[in-house]
Design a protein around this ligand. Structure first.
Ligand code: NAD
Length: 277
């Protein structure tokens, strides 16, 4: 650990020890070691599937009419790692924080891994792949289990491998996402241009403004308005700690989530040491 990283480490440990309320602000990086790729890293999900075409409902629907195979490929690549993923050491350590401090997780992730790890107060500001929404009313009408998502991924794979026609795919998908002229259900996730869900977003902003420490884990901070959460916390006087392999604002702890979060939780609350490593 470099000198400045070591200084940041001590500040981070002490801030957590003295905190009454902590917000963990998580992004795709917290789930990378669960096998779910991030979107902006080198393997470049967004390079293969440009967001202007794929990260908004209108673009996706237009493409579905002209190139359904490509849309199936995109959806498959998003959902199949999430269907197979299990919480990693970072999710589990974040859950343990609840034993020591009032902790709220504000996540941009749609993978539900914080809840699967056992975190009880999770605000999903970009929704979840596991909730199905009625588009006309905005109401959640169904919750998926992991096996449902895995079954959808398997159907898409059969179509991609030409073992299934588009008609057969659509017919089979109906049991998961009802769609016809009158009913239109879809995953309750936020794509570019969508409003953030309420009251979740307001609750997340309030939590940020009330916390003493905001621990950001595995997010590039490039997606707005979600990236305003650390800004709100900082403006209200919170200490900002950032765990990420890439340089970040605040007290940056360089490393992966799976390595750094358990070490930080241990040093702050589960060890008698003074936090210096
Ligand atoms: P991002 O792809 O923009 O940034 C990922 C960040 O994670 C980068 O800063 C990267 O350096 C860091 N990172 C990579 N591996 C890491 C590791 N092992 N430990 C810690 N950090 C690591 O992701 P974002 O900021 O979350 O924004 C992308 C949007 O796409 C968000 O809405 C996000 O929810 C969504 N997304 C979600 C998932 C998921 O649900 N798991 C996966 C991909 C993208």
């Amino acid at each position: 650990m470099s000198v400045s990283n070591s200084d940041n480490w001590i500040t981070a440990v002490m801030a957590l020890r003295n905190a009454r309320q902590v917000v963990v602000f998580s992004g795709a990086g917290v789930s990378a070691q669960s096998g779910i790729p991030t979107f902006r890293d080198e393997d470049g999900f967004w390079k293969r599937f440009p967001p202007e075409q794929f990260a908004n409902w209108r673009g996706l629907l237009q493409m579905a009419a002209t190139n359904p195979h490509r849309v199936a490929e995109f959806v498959y690549n998003v959902i199949s790692p999430i269907a197979a993923a299990k919480p990693n050491e970072a999710h589990l350590a974040i859950t343990r924080m609840e034993q020591y401090v009032s902790a709220t997780v504000v996540t941009q992730n749609i993978d539900r891994l914080h809840q699967l790890a056992g975190s009880t107060r999770v605000l999903e500001v970009h929704g979840s792949l596991f909730d199905i929404q009625d588009v006309s009313t905005g109401k959640k009408i169904r919750q998926f289990q992991h096996q449902d998502l895995a079954a959808v991924a398997a159907l898409l794979k059969e179509y991609m491998d030409m073992q299934r026609s588009i008609l057969s795919l659509l017919n089979s998908l109906r049991q998961f996402y009802s769609f016809d002229l009158n009913i239109n259900y879809r995953p309750d996730i936020v794509l570019f241009g969508d409003d953030l869900p309420e009251p979740t977003w307001s609750d997340a902003c309030r939590s940020a403004e009330q916390c003493d420490v905001l621990l950001s884990v595995g997010t590039s901070g490039a997606v707005y308005p979600a990236a305003m959460i650390p800004e709100y916390a900082s403006a209200a006087g919170a200490t900002i700690i950032n765990i990420d392999p890439q340089p970040c604002d605040g007290y940056w702890l360089q490393g992966t989530a799976g390595e750094m979060v358990p070490r930080l939780v241990k040093a702050a609350w589960e060890s008698d040491q003074n936090g210096d490593e």
